[in-house]
Design a protein around this ligand. Structure first.
Ligand code: CA
Length: 499
């Protein structure tokens, strides 16, 4: 009798201590950078740098060839991703507004559905993150070195290079912050390679002996377009500051960091001053300096992504973790003579988007479907088996990730940019892009532009007034109106006075 009781006790003790089965739903790791153009990713065919770790994701997953953003600027893109809604629906029209964190977002919905949610790195939405079990974020834009980092419990000072520090936080959380009974959704978001493109200590002299190829439109004169392209202030020739060009070092460096920095930059800067460059030669020098620093910042991002991918492998997490690489918009690396973003023109409209979903995405596959940052929220919910709210405005990418090509996929894409007056003086505009054409209306200038993307992929000559394009123009005007109605886009009520 006693032994029977002992047996019962042992069995019940065993069943009490036995761990429940872990939730089988996949983890989602969203790796997100700020201002990383696809031209600077070798998986996208970069002619100017190598990104072996981002390329790994493409080699093992699916690369989207036509991923577009709805509003090509930092905070609005982030808000679109969180909400699955256009800027006019989520309230974040520009970098000026404070994000309304009380609204529905995909992290909140995943959290309610039993995911552990985390956000580390650049947030840039002014209000504190909501819908996350853990968060540590840069304050505003955040510096490249020695960033103060804010969490729910206060602000912590860090010494070092921000790209490395954000990754350290991510690795710490993956190793010891996670609830292993729950799937996680983590947003791992870099400041880099945002302006002012400060390289990390390991890369201050990378590319010093290399000439970076110039884009064919570096000396664009904007003759084939309206006023907007001429009146911008994002020109490499005119608008880069001494600080952008590293003729002045970052303010936040420690004495030790400054010594390392100066050892790398002072000889280069002395040589530049001695050369006394003028005209196109000066533009060419600025281009080289700017792009090299940008690519140096990208090199650290790629290294750090490698650290995280290695940890996923070593810990066994890789098998059930979907890894996404994206950036908040595209970027100008000298095309049209520019830096920055904002335009509906190709380089800034495009975002890199690569998804590795083990067992689902075919290794090394691509999709040319028109997809968007608008689609990510629904995609993440779909992956997790969570019901997609009817007021989200994108499409789940899951069928595309599974290798299907849905016959009813979008054939046209709506874009709108609002931040004018504002930095870089890009006029407000909206428009529609199809596979072959793009119609843009700069509504504060009352100017239209139409591009034939097959004949003129660099968008150098608007054919809006060309009679040969009358029917294309008319079709696109109709489609633009249809999209504005479909997405319930109101007239832009944002005041035109400087903010
Ligand atoms: Ca950005």
């Amino acid at each position: 009798m006693r032994s029977f009781l002992l047996l019962v006790l042992l069995i019940s003790a065993a069943s009490c201590t036995q761990a429940p089965e872990p939730d089988p739903r996949p983890n989602i790791l969203f790796i997100f950078t700020d201002d990383h153009g696809a031209q600077a990713i070798s998986a996208y065919g970069s002619k100017i740098n190598e990104t072996p770790n981002i390329d790994r994701l493409a080699n093992e997953g699916l690369l989207f060839l036509n991923a577009f953003v709805t509003n090509s600027i930092c905070a609005p893109s982030r808000a679109v991703i969180l909400t699955g809604k256009y800027s006019h629906s989520n309230g974040q029209l520009t970098n000026v507004e404070t994000f309304d964190g009380s609204q529905q977002t995909f992290p909140k919905l995943l959290q309610q559905a039993g995911y552990q949610t985390a956000m580390f790195g650049k947030w840039h939405l002014k209000s504190d993150p909501t819908g996350f079990d853990a968060w540590q974020v840069l304050i505003g834009q955040g510096p490249y070195y020695n960033p103060p980092i804010k969490s729910a419990t206060g602000v912590t000072e860090h010494v070092g290079y921000t790209t490395d520090i954000i990754t350290d936080i991510v690795l710490d959380w993956l190793k010891s912050g996670r609830d292993t009974q729950k799937p996680f959704m983590m947003m791992y978001q870099h400041k880099a390679p945002h302006r002012r493109w400060d390289p990390g200590p390991d890369y201050l002299t990378m590319y010093d002996d290399v000439e970076i190829p110039e884009p064919r439109t570096l000396f664009d004169d904007y003759a084939g377009r309206g006023k907007a392209a001429t009146q911008q202030t994002m020109s490499i020739a005119r608008d880069l500051t001494d600080r952008d060009l590293k003729l002045v070092p970052p303010e936040e460096l420690t004495a030790e960091q400054l010594e390392v920095w100066n050892a790398a930059y002072e000889p280069k800067n002395d040589a530049f001053r001695a050369a006394d460059l003028q005209g196109d030669d000066l533009v060419r020098w600025k281009y080289q300096r700017y792009v090299k620093d940008y690519l140096r910042a990208v090199a650290s991002v790629d290294d750090n992504i490698g650290r995280v991918l290695e940890h996923l492998e070593a810990s066994g997490l890789a098998e059930n973790t979907i890894v996404i690489y994206a950036s908040d918009q595209g970027w100008y690396l000298g095309e049209h003579g520019w830096f920055d973003k904002r335009w509906m023109y190709e380089e800034s409209l495009r975002m890199p988007l690569i998804v590795r979903w083990p067992g689902v995405t075919a290794p090394g596959s691509t999709s040319d479907a028109m997809v968007s940052n608008l689609d990510l929220a629904e995609t993440f919910l779909d992956i997790a088996g969570v019901e997609i709210p009817s007021d989200m405005q994108g499409e789940s990418l899951v069928p595309l990730l599974e290798g299907e090509a849905p016959s009813d996929w979008r054939q046209s894409f709506y874009y709108q940019y609002y931040e004018y007056p504002g930095p870089h003086d890009v006029a407000r505009h909206y428009g529609v892009r199809t596979e072959s054409h793009k119609l843009i209306y700069f509504y504060t200038l009352d100017e239209w532009e139409l591009y034939d993307l097959e004949e003129d992929p660099d968008e150098l000559t608007s054919v809006y007034e060309d009679p040969a394009y009358a029917s294309v123009r008319s079709e696109l005007e109709t489609e633009l109106e249809r999209l504005r109605e479909y997405y319930a886009v109101p007239e832009d009520a944002r005041p035109l006075e400087a903010q």
